[in-house]
Design a protein around this ligand. Structure first.
Ligand SMILES: CC(=O)SCCNC(=O)CCNC(=O)[C@H](O)C(C)(C)COP(=O)(O)OP(=O)(O)OC[C@H]1O[C@@H](n2cnc3c(N)ncnc32)[C@H](O)[C@@H]1OP(=O)(O)O
Ligand SMILES: O=C([O-])CC(=O)C(=O)O
Length: 383
């Protein structure tokens, strides 16, 4: 029962769609109480330890981990799409150089949505490999453009290595490739967060795949969702040094009631399991004094956050340490959300394919009207 101020309405509303189930899925399961996350039944820790990003992407698209020949075939389909068309490069190069990196990625994806698309299982899988390849070409191009360098066509290598080599001219080693591969797996999918829901809404109208991904990118951008890694890292930079953590927390979080970014989650009521893996990666890859200082500061802030908010079931989420890992690999703050999107493209495409292929329905919820009663228009001179 809902009281709108005017009347009592006998229907239910879920603000923020909390606990509303909008689809069946065989892709990802989350136990928010226990802090467990599985892709098609496999624990994410297991996948990070044993698999490449392409293997896990194949798992998401096809339902099983690939055999060696299946993987090679899939990889070559992804690789042949690393190089992006000239018109897409030009769109990137025509965006403001200091513009938001994710917005530039979004424009590049929108530019790829001009072709008509008919959904069909075989074609959807080919398109999925194409989109994964294109995402690598686009995100590396966005980074190089934003960084003031010439766009470089990616080499035909495994995804994490090809991506880092396309982004950087030197300094890439095995540790960085492993960290990138792990980050890509950790971000692949997360059931139906805001961005995936946006993609699903678009797909439910039978729009094309690139447009659905563009819708998802738009929803990922904000600091309550994909933008949180950048927001969390900005906090670390504002705090400057581990000694300042307590006073910063008291002033900003306790006194000024700001949200602690990188904390809290709609589904997890305990530690996000991805965050625990990102924290290990951040520890392993902290090499310089500056990186070690940021990590120490973040750990102190995490402890204070858990001490103050743990009883409200607010714990660090995946975006708390991921920015530190991205920075240790060599990426600046402005790329963090784009790196999230690079991986999540897989989850978006897997979810929209699952939705359309199971002939689900148009997503069209209702709103409860609480505005004025019927009234007559007063002509403009008499208002
Ligand atoms: C990859 C991802 O997208 S993970 C999420 C990334 N986002 C962030 O890290 C941003 C910070 N976190 C948040 O803003 C929220 O926790 C969200 C948006 C992630 C989830 O929000 P919701 O489920 O809608 O929770 P809601 O906003 O209703 O908050 C519930 C209560 O917890 C509090 N709360 C939630 N998150 C935080 C936080 N990070 N810091 C302080 N308090 C918080 C709210 O103030 C509210 O308190 P109240 O009941 O006393 O008013
Ligand atoms: O599930 C959510 O709401 C947000 C999240 O953690 C993700 O998309 O990875």
């Amino acid at each position: 029962m809902i009281v709108t101020g005017r009347e009592v309405i006998n229907m239910s509303i879920s603000l923020g769609l909390e606990d509303v189930f909008i689809k069946y899925t065989s892709l990802t399961s989350i136990d928010g109480e226990k802090g467990e996350l599985r892709y098609r039944g496999y624990d994410i820790k297991d996948l990070v330890e044993h698999c490449s990003f392409e293997e896990v992407a194949y798992l998401m698209f096809y339902g099983e981990l690939p055999k060696r020949d299946e993987l090679e075939h899939f990889k070559s389909n992804v690789m042949k799409n690393y190089k992006i068309p000239e018109n897409v490069k030009n769109i990137i190069k025509n965006m403001p150089r200091d513009g938001d990196a994710l917005a530039i990625m979004e424009a590049a994806f929108a530019a790829l949505s001009t072709e008509e698309y008919t959904w069909e299982k075989e074609r959807d899988r080919e398109k999925a490999a194409e989109i994964m390849g294109r995402a690598l070409g686009i995100v590396s191009a966005v980074f190089r453009y934003r960084d003031g360098r010439e766009i470089k066509d990616p080499e035909n290598k495994g995804y994490a290595e090809a991506f880092l080599n396309a982004c950087f001219d030197s300094g890439i080693d095995e540790d960085k490739i492993k960290a990138m591969n792990a980050a890509l797996i950790l971000y692949i999918d997360h059931e139906v967060p805001a961005s995936t829901t946006a993609a699903l809404v678009a797909s439910s109208t039978l729009s094309d795949m690139y447009s659905c991904v563009t819708a998802a990118i738009a929803a990922l951008k904000g600091p309550l969702h994909g933008g949180a890694a950048e927001a969390a890292y900005k906090q670390f930079l504002a705090i400057k040094s581990p000694e300042n953590v307590d006073s910063w927390f008291n002033e900003n979080i306790l006194n000024n009631k700001k949200r602690l970014m990188g904390f809290g989650h709609r589904v997890y009521k305990t530690y996000d399991p991805r965050m625990l893996i990102f924290k290990e990666l951040a520890r392993k890859n902290a090499k310089t004094d500056e990186q070690k200082k940021i990590l120490e500061l973040a750990e102190r802030l995490e402890a204070l956050g858990v001490k103050n908010f743990g009883q409200k079931k607010i714990f660090p989420n995946t975006d708390y340490y991921s920015g530190i890992v991205f920075n240790e690999i060599g990426f600046p703050l402005y790329m963090f959300t784009t790196l999230f999107a690079l991986s999540r493209v897989v989850g978006w495409v897997a979810h929209i394919s699952e939705y359309v292929e199971s002939e689900e329905r148009l997503i069209r919820p209702r709103a409860i009207y609480i505005g004025p009663e019927k009234r007559d228009v007063v002509p403009i001179d008499k208002r």
